[in-house]
Write a protein that binds this ligand. Structure first.
Ligand code: NAD
Length: 487
């Protein structure tokens, strides 16, 4: 099998196997080939991983942030040196085209290690609070053992986005990738050891929805950071609440992307396509409700159709390929069912909707799809599809579109395309979302906070803000005089 790792889990600095765990088959979505066979963690493996993390964490926390950061920055360098190899693995794991993985996956993971390796020394400071003669100070202290649980769309990036701030702040991590994409995180764990990370601080265990609760309910964990769907988020949040554990929830969305009639239309179409078709539409922050002002609707749709039909679909390992298959058959079936719902509800299919020609029929390919004349009540406009399906809705004026854009339980992202600078800021100010873009879409460099509001979650990844979510504040009051007690 061409991507078989040495073993299923990486614990305490080495690969570990326990064949008693349920079999997880890793399937290359481009042709259905089984490329690795792994085992889900048994309760014994979960215990082993958490015990290793708990043992290793205090010594790591006692190091200076600069010393910790040096190791993370070395990991970033190794990831960049191995970008090609890691990107190919990410393509095998997910089916995403190499054209994307080579610029967006290991590289964004490396950015995360580089950034948090650098800011650790500068951003983990506390405050000095003068109180007359007395004073107080605060310290940012690590939480302890943190659990990371990943989705399948950006497996390596998610493993790094959770691992880098956790480790920089002095925590240990046990990370569970999605059962659909088990391979990449193991390599991240290997690279961290090579970079000099003491063993036990970054452990990877495999498993599915039955393994997650073993981690989240464990008494020795301090925090869980989940990237996943809203229903999973509710379950994980509930379990974490029972143990009063910290949480970061990066969940789903149905984000609005608003195109006013004064916008640069080619850029707006480009933004809408990136925000619906990149990674075959499997991006949480996608702008899947594209509101287009009526005056430019026809021009927008005509050019969008033309550009969408020119997308190169094919073998993900071919550098010319722009759109690969979906991650799994189950996910593609779900997307097809939404396409059927869209047609049944009266949306107009502008392009796509089926299986593309000239692809491996064992692969889980799907055409990039555009629906027009979509209305707010349609299920395709209300529910997260998580595939390459763009819904175009019409609007007339600003107040109307803001109200309609906000009429959703989700609040992950939003975007506005307009040439009117005042309107751009006025509109984003009113949109209910955690991450917003003006005249671009879906750019998430590590320097800026990323995360959602409403049902899309809370807590932030990336930026200095993420360090706050992996630490807690300790306040120390210092008495400088005698204690005057009234008794
Ligand atoms: P999912 O919710 O099915 O699974 C996510 C992870 O949670 C998997 O590792 C899964 O094994 C685990 N899990 C499932 N049930 C669990 C439980 N009860 N306890 C603990 N762990 C459990 O999501 P998915 O299908 O892998 O990913 C797609 C979803 O993720 C979409 O909704 C998408 O919007 C969301 N997502 C969000 C972000 C973000 O940053 N906001 C990024 C990527 C994906």
């Amino acid at each position: 099998m061409r991507a078989q790792p040495k073993a299923s889990h990486f614990i305490d600095g080495e690969y570990v196997e326990d064949t008693a765990g349920t079999v997880i088959e890793s399937i290359y979505p481009a042709n259905g080939e089984v490329i690795a066979r792994l085992h889900a963690a048994t309760p014994a493996i979960v215990e082993k991983a958490i015990a290793a993390a708990k043992r290793a964490q205090p010594e790591w926390a006692a190091k200076s942030p600069t010393a910790r950061g040096r190791i993370l920055k070395r990991a970033a360098e190794i990831m960049r040196e191995r970008n090609r190899e890691l990107s190919e693995l990410e393509t095998l794991d997910t089916g995403k085209p190499i054209q994307e993985t080579i610029v967006a996956d290991p590289t964004s993971g490396a950015d995360s290690f580089e950034f948090f390796g650098g800011v650790a020394a500068a951003a983990l400071n506390g405050d000095y609070i003068p109180l007359g003669g007395d004073f107080a100070y605060t310290k940012r202290v690590p939480l302890g053992v943190c659990v990371g649980i990943g989705a399948w769309n950006y497996p390596q990036q998610i493993a790094c986005w959770k691992g880098a701030p956790a480790l920089a702040a002095g925590n240990a991590m046990v990370f569970k990738p999605s059962e659909n994409t088990p391979l990449g995180a193991l390599k991240i764990a290997e690279i961290l050891i090579e970079a000099g990370l003491p063993k036990g601080l970054y452990n990877v265990i495999q498993g599915d929805r039955s393994t997650g609760p073993l981690l989240v309910n464990h008494p020795d964990i301090a925090k869980v950071s989940l990237t996943g769907s809203v229903p999973t988020g509710r379950k994980v949040y509930e379990a974490a609440a029972a143990g009063l554990r910290h949480v970061t929830m990066e969940l789903g969305g149905k984000s609005p992307l608003i195109v006013f009639d004064d916008a640069d239309l080619e850029s707006a179409i480009g933004g809408a396509m990136l925000g619906n078709f990149y990674s075959t539409g499997q991006v949480c922050s996608n702008g899947t409700r594209v509101f287009v002002q009526r005056k430019v609707k026809d021009a927008f749709l005509a050019r969008l159709k033309e550009r969408t039909e020119a997308i190169v679909i094919g073998d993900p390992m071919d550098e010319a390929t722009q759109l690969g298959p979906m991650v799994s058959k189950a996910q593609r079936d779900k997307v097809f069912s939404y396409i059927e719902k869209g047609k049944a509800e009266g949306a107009r299919l502008v392009t796509g909707g089926g299986i593309p020609n000239a692809v491996n029929t064992e692969g889980t390919y799907i055409q990039p799809t555009v629906f027009a004349d979509v209305t707010d009540e349609m299920r395709i406009a209300r529910e997260e599809i998580f595939g390459p399906v763009m819904c175009v809705l019409d609007f007339d004026d600003e107040a109307e579109v803001v109200a309609r854009a906000n009429a959703t339980e989700f609040g992950l992202s939003a975007g506005v395309f307009t040439a009117d600078i005042t309107r751009a800021h006025r509109v984003v100010d009113q949109l209910e979302a955690g991450t917003l873009w003006i005249n671009t879409y879906n750019l998430c460099p590590v320097e800026i906070p990323f995360g959602g509001s409403k049902q899309s979650g809370f807590g932030r990844e990336n930026s200095v803000a993420a360090l706050n979510h992996y630490t807690e504040l300790k306040t120390v009051y210092v008495g400088m005089g005698k204690v005057e007690a009234p008794y």
